[in-house]
Write a protein that binds this ligand. Sequence first.
Ligand SMILES: [Zn+2]
Ligand SMILES: [Zn+2]
Length: 210
Amino acid sequence: MGFSEGNRQRIDSRPQNWNCPVQTGQFESGKNYEFLWILPLQGYVPFGGQTFFFDGEVETEATVERHRERVIIDIKIKAKGEAACSRCLEKVELAFDNEFRYFYVSSFDESEKEAAESDEHTVLTSKNTTSIDIADQVWETLVMALPEKVLCREDCKGICPVCGSNRNYENCSCGESGRDPRLDVLADILSEKKPEDDRKGGTEHGGTQK
Ligand SMILES: [Zn+2]
Ligand SMILES: [Zn+2]
C-alpha cells in the first residue's frame, strides 16, 4: 500500500550542498563548455499537492556559451524518484528528464534588466561576474519535471470510495463508479434488473401455480 514521509528529510528548496559553479570569466566568447555534476538528493519534495520521494542523485549536464556579457546555459537533468498514484495510492517509480535554456545577463544593462524581469528563464548576474552558480536553475529544472498528476497507469481505476478496495485488483460489488454518469445509470439498471426479474419470475411462477 502507500508509503509515508517517515523520518525522511523534507526538501522545500534547492539543497544547500548543491554547488554548480561556472567560471564564465575564463571562457572564450562563442565557444561551448560542458559540465557534469552528480548532485545528491535524499528526502521528499512536497509539490503541487503531491509528495515526491528521492533517494539518490540528480545527474546534471550543462552546456555553457558566453557572448560577451551574456551567458547561455542549457541545463539538462535526469533523476529517479517515487510518488503515490493519485487515484489508488500505490507506489509509482518515476524517471524525471528535463531540459531548460537559461540566459544570464549582467544587471548593469537596463534593457537586459527589463528582459530578465519579464522572462523567468533570464537570470541577472552582477556586473563583471566571473563565476556564476547555476544550482538554483538546476533545482528549478528538476521541479518543473515533476508531473501534475501521478498515475500508476493511464487507466488506473482507483480506490472504491465505498469499501476502500483497490479496483485495479478487486471487483467489489458496491456498483458505484463515481466517474462517468452514463456508467452510473448503466450500473443502476444492471443492479436493479436482477431483483426485479426475480420478482417477475416469482409472480409468473405464482401465476402458473394458481
Ligand atoms: Zn493507481
Ligand atoms: Zn467497493
